[in-house]
Design a protein around this ligand. Structure first.
Ligand SMILES: Cc1cc2nc3c(=O)[nH]c(=O)nc-3n(C[C@H](O)[C@H](O)[C@H](O)COP(=O)(O)OP(=O)(O)OC[C@H]3O[C@@H](n4cnc5c(N)ncnc54)[C@H](O)[C@@H]3O)c2cc1C
Length: 435
């Protein structure tokens, strides 16, 4: 079957890999110059199979309001508030009211994450060292008694869901992460020993090369100008070269369009999926939830994290990626504002210095801001779209790197008429439609 995949982020490229292995003829288009240059570019690097959870938690509104006006609060809303922001907030607040919905989504995300872990392990073509990958676990560190209580509650939920985890004393935390010699207090730690890390950008670029070797065609700097719709099918798409500043927008430019006929479309365009799906009669409630990262080269590996450490107080993740470290934080509603304010980076630097002083000079680190393609409840939009030959694999929000390998396989299963490996009902693309 001829398949057109829109988007060469980690989700699009893993999907291309799964479909090519199944014998489909795949073309991937992306408006940027290469693979993984948008949200998959510099995320926190966690493959957190035991640490996935829905966005719309029952206590999120209270927590968000508490931190909104503090420099250190992870949740931010930047003015002016757009209608899109308000609609997304209202939908999120509605989803967060139901503990039952949260529990269902949490279980579903963990199932998909576990399946994704298995799919990553089966990906023998890509040795982990080509993307600084490893499986040394993930640890959230408590900084006071209240944090211990909160992590203890988390541990009890993980118990009921059967997720492998361990509670560490302050001494055990430091044994696990001997480089953690900073002044930040340690009152305990919750560790997921099965979790992994890795550079999503390097992984995706390496996998794109492996895809090309299997015959996948990549058309970069190319955007969708128009869909060619006939009855309930997408017959093809008019593609147009994207260049310069217009690359990231879906605005029309003046270069000539060329036509690509296809049997099947898979939409993997992250935050841009919302605009691309509108002409197909689909309203996808995906919002770009912004976060920031700093990536620096290590000065002293012995003083650095061995794996991922999440600081419960700062809500900042610090991840070892080979001879580099990445420090990541913030959950900001700012539409598509790509600015990187110094005050945000300052918090990331402070958090790192409080745990791993002397490991890396983050003044010299590379700053980045990216947009999590978030749905109002959290689980992605994974399944059939409105047209009979449209599949969606988008809206992976906070955990697209972790969930990419599994959701890509599921797209292959749906396309080939097989039963999906996990229950897809919490991921149904149409679940936000009323009536
Ligand atoms: C700060 C931060 C930290 C994160 N940390 C983690 C983490 O530790 N672990 C984890 O699992 N996840 C993490 N995530 C989330 C993860 O990065 C995303 O879920 C994932 O990268 C989404 O991948 P994607 O392929 O769907 O989107 P993208 O990587 O954004 O790819 C979409 C692609 O579609 C292309 N595109 C858009 N419009 C068009 C068009 N019109 N025509 C052609 N192409 C188009 C874009 O150019 C882009 O390349 C983090 C995200 C952020 C922002």
């Amino acid at each position: 079957m001829n398949v057109l995949i829109v988007g060469a982020g980690v989700v699009g490229v893993t999907t291309a890999w799964s479909l090519a292995k199944r014998g489909h003829r795949v073309t991937v288009v992306d408006r940027l110059d290469g693979a993984a240059l948008e949200t998959s570019r510099a995320n926190a690097g966690q493959r957190s199979y035991g640490y996935v959870y829905p966005w719309a938690a029952p206590d999120m509104v209270g927590k968000a309001l508490k931190g909104l006006f503090s420099k250190y609060g992870p949740f931010k809303i930047t003015t002016p508030w757009s209608l899109h922001t308000l609609q997304f907030l209202a939908m999120t607040a509605r989803c967060s009211l139901s503990q039952e919905r949260y529990n269902r989504s949490h279980g579903a995300l963990l199932d998909l994450a576990e399946y994704s872990r298995q799919c990553f392990l089966a990906l023998e073509e890509l040795p982990e060292d080509c993307f600084d990958g490893q499986h040394e676990g993930l640890m959230e560190v408590a900084n006071d008694q209240a944090a211990c209580t909160a992590l203890g509650q988390k541990a009890r939920v993980l118990d009921t869901l059967g997720v492998d985890h361990e509670w560490l004393s302050p001494e055990a935390v430091r044994q696990q992460e001997p480089g953690m010699q900073g002044p930040g207090p340690v009152t305990g730690g919750l560790r997921m020993p099965g979790d992994g890390t890795g550079d999503c950008h390097r992984f995706t670029q390496a996998l794109a090369i492996a895809c090309e070797a299997r015959g996948v065609a990549f058309q970069y700097r190319t955007t969708i100008r128009d869909w060619d719709l006939h009855d309930e099918r997408i017959k093809g798409a008019w593609l147009q070269k994207a260049s310069g500043e217009t690359r990231r927008s879906t605005e029309e430019n003046t270069s000539p369009a060329h036509y690509l006929e296809t049997d099947q479309v898979v939409l993997c365009a992250g935050c841009a999926s919302r605009d691309l799906a509108r002409p197909l009669g689909l309203s996808l409630p995906i919002y770009p939830v912004k976060g920031y990262s700093l990536t620096g080269t290590l000065d002293d590996p012995a003083k650095a994290p061995r794996s991922t450490v999440v600081d419960h107080g700062y809500k900042v993740a610090m991840t070892r990626l080979g001879d580099r470290v990445r420090v990541t934080g913030f959950v900001e509603l700012a539409n598509f504002n790509r600015g990187i304010p110094e005050r945000r980076l300052q918090v990331l630097r402070e958090a790192f210095a409080s745990r791993f002083p002397g490991a890396a000079d983050l003044e010299q680190a590379e700053p980045w801001a990216g947009f999590r393609p978030m749905t109002p409840d959290g689980p992605a939009l994974l399944g059939w779209g409105r047209q009979e030959n449209l599949l969606l694999n988008t809206g992976h929000g906070t955990f697209g790197w972790t969930l990419s390998a599994g959701s890509a396989e599921i797209i292959g299963q749906l396309l080939d008429g097989e039963n999906p490996a996990v229950d897809l009902s919490p991921f149904r693309p149409e679940r936000f439609h009323r009536g």
